[in-house]
Structure formats: C-alpha cells, structure tokens
Design a protein around this ligand. Structure first.
Ligand SMILES: [Zn+2]
Length: 123
C-alpha cells in the first residue's frame, strides 16, 4: 500500500456522498441515485488504488481549498446570526475582508485590520 494513495479527505467525502446517494435510493427508488452511488464507489476505489500519488495529492489539495472556503462561509453566517443584536458585518472595499463592528454607534469610520483601508458605514 505504500505506493498507493489510500484514504484522504477527498476519499472520505466521496464515500459520504455515496452513502447519501444510497440512502436516497432506498427512500425514493430513483435509479439516478443508484447510478451516482456506483459511480462514486468506482471513483473512490480508483483513487484508493491509484499509483499516481502526486496527482491524487493535488486533487485532494484542490478539494481541501474548496472545503475550507465553504466551511469559512458557514462559520461567518453562524457568527453573523450569533452577533445579530450586538454587531454588524461589513466587507472591506479594498481587500474584501469581512470586518465586524459594534451596532448602534451611528455613522463611523472603519479601518480594515488587514489592508488599513478606511471606509464610512452606518451601524
Ligand atoms: Zn481591507
């Protein structure tokens, strides 16, 4: 197994997706879910036993970058919901970083902590 990729994050995600397709097939009996489950299973085993470790590692890096971006977005939405009564969130016009400021302070000048751009918003 040392010359093969084996388990990685993308492999686990493919297996989870295949399991979801399997459950959907059991509930709906739509053949499309069965085909998706089989294709995902084939893809998983093909990656699992692949000798091209460098390519599989690159695929995994690509997947992890997307997964981090999506989980970062969900974390931001969770924090926005948690802080909805006390803080407001603005996107910096310079670097598009999200800045959190206290609510109810009137019109304020906000300095971005990343790029130091100053912009005015009503809180
Ligand atoms: Zn900025």
């Amino acid at each position: 197994m040392s010359s093969r990729r084996g388990f990685d994050s993308l492999g686990v995600a493919i297996l989870i997706l295949a399991a979801i397709c399997s459950m959907l097939f059991r509930f709906t009996w739509l053949w499309e879910f069965w085909v998706a489950m089989v294709l995902l299973g084939v893809w998983f085993f093909w990656r699992f036993f692949s000798h091209r470790i460098d390519r599989r590692a690159k695929e995994n890096e690509w997947f992890l970058a997307r997964f981090r971006a999506v989980s970062k977005w969900f974390r931001l939405q969770k924090n926005r919901l948690r802080d909805r009564k006390t803080h407001r969130y603005y996107r910096c016009p310079g670097c598009h970083n999200v800045v959190r400021v206290p609510k109810g302070r009137g019109t304020i000048r906000i300095t971005c902590p990343i790029c130091k751009e100053v912009f005015v918003r009503k809180t």
